[in-house]
Write a protein that binds this ligand. Sequence first.
Ligand code: SF4
Ligand code: SF4
Length: 499
Amino acid sequence: MRDAFSAFNDGIVMTNPYPVDQVEIVQAPLPDKVVLPLQQRIGDEAIPCVVVGDKVLTGQIIAQTQDVFCVPIHASISGTVVAIDEQIIPHKSGLKSTCITIQSDGKDVWIEREDCGDFLHCSPETLIQHIQQSGIIGLGGAGFPTHSKLSKSLDCHTLIINATECEPGIMCDDALMQHYPREVVRGVEILLHISGASQAVIAIEDDKPEAYRSLLMFNHNDKISIVQIPTKYTSGAEKLLIKTLFNVEIPSGGFATDKGFVCQNVATSKAIFDAVIENKPLVSRIVTVTGSGVVPNNFAVRLGASFAHIVALAKPDDKQHDIRMGGMMMGVDVATLAVPICKISNCIFVNHTKAKPHVQECIRCGQCNQACPVGLLPQQLYWHAKSEHTDRAMDYNLRDCIECRCCDVVCPSHIPLAEYFSFAKALHQQQMREKHQTDVARERFEFREYRLERNKQERAEMMAKKKIELKKKMANDKVQKDKIAQAMARVKKTKQDKK
Ligand code: SF4
Ligand code: SF4
């Protein structure tokens, strides 16, 4: 492992715009109702295994899935299923999706689950299945299913625990590490056991000294090291973190596991502790509520509670607010506080509504090129994305853009570059799909033409062959006829000679 401070030169320095004196976790009261979407971050919609009117217990599976990329959905409170219908989910498009709504009975009665015993005596496969059945996905924001990542990590040599908050302003992982260091370290030990990795590195930014000290105090495992890295946005991006810590480049289109690394978020590690040691599925998470319109804090809240449920606890002022889910850089604006908290809702920004800056022409200053943490050329990408020349944008490695918005922040013309790149990626995918469909249709047409031509040729060859055979046969017949005639002539002549 190398010195992370000399290694990480890219990205931009951004401080928390809404710092707090003490990083706390406030236990949010049980919500009166929860709304649990069946559509997860990726994969197919889960299928409900309850109907309206059913009584459910906290932790009970209420929707199952056959999709290997998905996890079951658990009731996050006990109560009654009152609806299974379309509701707005936290998504930038304001999408609706089928959701199960549970009305609380106020008792929070948990279901009894079969545990998997001492994890050291469990096989990796058993633990991976238990993690999947506990509904655990990556809690850092990407939402990739943990069981799927773990099943590809069985040959990895190094486990990296990403304890960097992905963006300034988010404090939920800092709070988690300060308040649950023992659980985090134990979760890392479980992950070490599953992956068989020879070492684990917990990477934590240097602006979280309390969390760093807490983890140090509870770590007695020689295989686990806790390292501080510079607080620079986007040091927590997976490929950059591996480069920073180990000077290993994951090539464009490649995965960390290709080089023997597996990365997990620190909150996911705590969720794995809860599932394996406490035998509790994922039914709650810590959410930061911050911004100019509230008193920033972290709240432990049940999944499916509304954004409004915890924003109310952060004492919002009475001005008009813009709501953003996720970080101020990579998050998405949401139109209403009525949407439910889901597993990837790590932060809610509640800011006073401000007019957006006026977008001007690119002045080719090149500042965006210097700011890109993954070494892309946003200025060139912008021209190609704007003119919808997505192939050329791909030649400039558009697919490696992590949409971090570092280029947006430094752009003096206020061009929403990352939005252009996100659009160009989606457009390229669509063009690729259409091209694939066109290629398939053309190949089918060409094959049909070839088949017809081949049939015609085969038929012609067959006819020619038959003709030749017929001629031969006729010729043969003539020879035979001649022979018979000659024989009959000889017989006739013999008879005449006898007379
Ligand atoms: S949004 Fe993309 S192009 Fe812009 S700085 Fe981030 S990675 Fe680079
Ligand atoms: S920072 Fe903005 S104005 Fe400057 S080159 Fe990049 S896109 Fe153009």
